[in-house]
Ligand binder design. Structure first.
Ligand SMILES: NC(=O)C1=CN([C@@H]2O[C@H](COP(=O)(O)OP(=O)(O)OC[C@H]3O[C@@H](n4cnc5c(N)ncnc54)[C@H](OP(=O)(O)O)[C@@H]3O)[C@@H](O)[C@H]2O)C=CC1
Ligand SMILES: CC[C@](O)(C(C)=O)C(=O)O
Ligand SMILES: [Mg+2]
Ligand SMILES: [Mg+2]
Length: 488
């Protein structure tokens, strides 16, 4: 039963809007609350491996419980854990001694994993998640003596590790399930876990399972993955159809998302737009306004379906149908012309902006729309910021490595499903828009020789960019991220 839908409206609204930016001083105790405790992570995939490595490097005692077949067959999860020197065992061997069990298996498996693990957990232990789907959308009930917490990095697992190694962290939402905090210790444990990941250096929000689930699903389906997938496919097809070399087009997109969104990460939409010449900025602004008009109903549909539970219902139907949609969409993505092209050509950093005006417009439109629609549904600005603007560069990093394949491997299966769902609706939606697009905004750059523009219009555009709420909250939140490391 859908837990969110079972709650009275008053509690739904309270949970949805729960979000408090935590002060760095609240983490002065570091990992103390988990020091000397046995942490057993179930699953050693994208989040499991990288979270475990950070926790171990932060001085915590981490081991991995894997299903028996993974151990017997020495599967990748077993290799991930053993190659990194962790103790690995079956549920029966490790779970009974665990003080904290972190469930980092795919969302689809949560019910079955929790049903196997729960009877083995000792009295008073803690169960942790990195995404609340199982609790919120499936209504999983956890034994009364068990504390249930969430530590959800707003980021792919690979970047959880990379940012930690750079001496930083990734913004993370923490929460305690309101039905399961028997000893009132959940928050201290979640804080210690987040500190072990390095997240306190980037910013931790004290939130709720519900706010995390609804905002996480929305971010990943739309701007974070859906828009980048849609944009990659459409921009590549357009360039090649207009005679641009496929190797150049492929590189412009594959690396372009990372270069463009690095500007976003450092200085928000304002800085990203400021990287364009005056005429190109005005062009990108106009394109993004048009894109926002076309895509807004689709963003709203995704948000509505996430809030009502319609999205989770249809995804769970696909789980029950052996992931037919997910696997078909995954295979189709592998066959797209963009995915198959080889990226070649030398491209200067500035050229990614000058020749990628449409990509800049897509990022701006996607970030603003995701942020606006999340906030209009009761999600707090800080949370909406992390799920839109902040995380986009981290996802773009994955495309820069090995295109859409890498992005879809690294993100969770839930995010991958939502990404394809969005892209399948968005690609046809933008057909007429793309028919009017020329190589001046994607591939070659504007043909104008001068940087001259009408002053009044430039002021109007700059004001609209800078006054957007995502910029105002972003300015404040980035102020807390002074340790952030540059990657370009
Ligand atoms: N991917 C990401 O970057 C993010 C993920 N999350 C959340 O983190 C959680 C983990 O996701 P993610 O890291 O993507 O997962 P992965 O798909 O990368 O890893 C899954 C791990 O679970 C194991 N596993 C799979 N099926 C089962 C099963 N039936 N029983 C036991 N173990 C199983 C796999 O090992 P094997 O098959 O060998 O047994 C593998 O080690 C999810 O809740 C997700 O929403 C949150 C933020 C970002
Ligand atoms: C972007 C998708 C994500 O929510 C994440 C990496 O934060 C996921 O589920 O993978
Ligand atoms: Mg996420
Ligand atoms: Mg997710």
């Amino acid at each position: 039963m859908n837990y969110f839908n079972s709650l009275p409206l008053r509690i739904q609204l309270e949970e949805l809007s729960k979000c408090r930016f935590m002060d760095r001083a609240e983490f002065d105790a570091g990992v103390e609350a988990l020091k000397g405790k046995k942490i057993v992570i179930v699953g050693c995939g994208a989040q499991g491996l990288n979270q475990g490595l950070n926790l171990k490097d932060s001085g915590l005692d981490v081991s991995y419980a894997l299903r028996e077949s993974a151990i017997k067959e020495k599967r990748q999860s077993w290799k991930n854990a053993t190659d990194n020197g962790f103790t690995v065992g079956t549920y029966e061997e490790l779970i009974p001694q665990a003080d904290l069990v972190s469930n980092l298996t795919p969302d689809k498996q949560h019910s079955s994993v929790v049903e196997q693990v729960m009877p083995l957990m000792k009295k008073g232990a803690t169960l942790s998640y990195s995404h609340g789907f199982n609790i919120v959308e499936e209504g999983m009930k956890i034994r009364d003596d068990i504390t249930v917490i969430m530590v959800a990095p707003k980021c792919p697992g690979t970047e959880v590790r990379e940012e930690y190694k750079r001496g930083f962290g990734v913004p993370t939402l923490i929460a305690v399930h309101r039905e399961n905090d028997p000893n009132g210790e959940g928050l201290e444990q979640a804080k210690a876990y987040a500190a072990g990941l390095g997240s306190h250096l980037a910013g931790v929000l004290e939130s709720s399972f519900i706010a995390e689930v609804k905002s996480d699903l929305m971010g990943e389906q739309t701007i974070l993955c859906g828009v980048l997938q849609t944009g990659s496919i459409l921009c590549f097809e357009k360039m090649v159809a207009d005679g641009i070399d496929a190797g150049y087009a492929s590189k412009l997109i594959q690396q372009g998302w990372e270069v463009i969104t690095e500007a976003l990460k450092i200085g928000g939409i304002s800085n990203m737009m400021d990287r364009l010449s005056n005429p190109a900025k005005i062009k990108a602004f106009d394109l993004s306004e048009e894109l926002k008009g076309i895509m807004r109903p689709l963003f709203e549909k995704h948000m509505d379906d996430i809030i009502t539970g319609e999205f989770s219902k249809t995804m769970m139907e696909d789980w029950a149908n052996d992931d037919k949609n997910l696997l078909t969409w995954r295979a189709e993505t592998a066959e797209t012309a963009f995915e198959k092209a080889t990226s070649s050509a030398e491209i200067d950093e500035q050229e990614y902006f000058d020749h990628g005006i449409l990509m800049v417009a897509m990022v701006k439109a996607g970030v603003e729309l995701a942020f606006e629609v999340m906030c209009s549904s009761g999600i707090i600005e800080e949370s909406a910021y992390y799920e839109s603007l902040h995380e986009t560069p981290l996802i773009a990093n994955t495309i820069a490595r090995r295109k859409l394949y890498e992005m879809n491997v690294v993100i969770s299966d839930t995010a991958e499903y939502g990404c394809y769902l969005f892209a399948h609706a968005c690609v046809p939606l933008l057909k007429d828009f793309m028919a009017k697009i020329g190589t001046d905004v994607i591939g070659k750059g504007l043909t104008v020789k001068s940087n001259s523009v009408d002053n009044a219009r430039l002021v109007e555009v700059n004001d609209a960019i800078r006054d957007h709420t995502v910029e105002l909250i972003g300015y404040e939140l980035r102020g807390h991220m002074t340790d952030m490391k540059r990657i370009i």
